[in-house]
Design a protein around this ligand. Sequence first.
Ligand code: SF4
Length: 388
Amino acid sequence: MAELKAEYMITALDDVASAHAQASCALDDYLAMPDDSMDGRIAEARARLGKQAIILGHHYQRDEIVRFADHTGDSYKLSKLAAQAEGRYIVFCGVHFMAESADILAQPHQQVVLPDLNAGCSMADMADISQVEACWDRLVAAGLTQAAAGGLMPLTYMNSTAAIKAFCGERGGLVCTSSNAAAAFRWAFARGQRILFLPDQHLGRNTAHGMGISPQEMAVWDPYQINGGLAPERLHAARVILWKGHCSVHQRFLPEHVDRVRAKYPGIQVIAHPECRLEVCQKADGIGSTERLIQFIEQAPTGTMFAVGTEIHLVNRLGKRFAPLGKRVITLDDAGCLCTTMFRITPQHLAWALENLVEGNVVNRIRVHEDVKRWARVALDRMLEIQG
Ligand code: SF4
């Protein structure tokens, strides 16, 4: 897999270089223009592209981008929409791993564009393929992957690189989302006694906890420590080995934020994303993916007030949407948790990408290497087969 990864990276960089060289409209010129001059240009380019292009906007994108999206959703919903899209271009206003997933699921004639290549994900970046391979080698050496030891199933969250998804697919594992993580755990435990869960320790811990797995049966693998920082007996006692990764947005929410908001607004409903810490999720009234968090609010009676533990752009948008319906939505933490990498996609980047497509230049194309794509697709297909 190390070889595949290196090859994959070279391909991706070649694509980026050639895309920039071909672009007739220079990004720097756009970045010098004011935001409010972009709306008309985006709308015109969008209209000229017609059915050739689809714009997907993640819930955490800024309003100036979301207003031009043909569809909004979480990464799973958008990936499925990308797979069903018919146009030639899928313009993905999200982060890098989402555009990769779209490319894996897209049809051969389709091209996926990420308007700013700097829009990464700090969580996905916390599990590098070479680190994961080194971890796996240690687990093999410790005998944990052997049938006699009950077997070990690698399972990765959608928020990971294509190389990590392929790693899991090649070793009999699968991908999961925050909405079907429990089903994915059940699938994995039907095939092995242990799970290696990548890259979000909090989603893994929350899911395992919800299935009755005790803290003593979980261990956290730190890729920056020798042997993951785990003694052999700790490793052998673990049913779930959690990768030491986290979301920089959701990890910021603390149990005291829940206590504070409950004291200030008696009767408030606290709902949180499972990328939040276990201590926060345990205090919450509801836990769910971004799509599920929205459902909680939709289904609540008029007059309900919610404090939501997720990204601030989505929380603010929900606040505006539900205010006329008599429901109040605030953030769990007044400091506001912004996904800075999602925020990198500006109206200027979107205008630049669309106007280049109008000119026939595909800029910032995200293309996953075919060998990586094959195994990543296997892991994604296994996910689609399980019941959420
Ligand atoms: S909110 Fe967290 S997990 Fe989602 S893209 Fe941003 S850093 Fe990554």
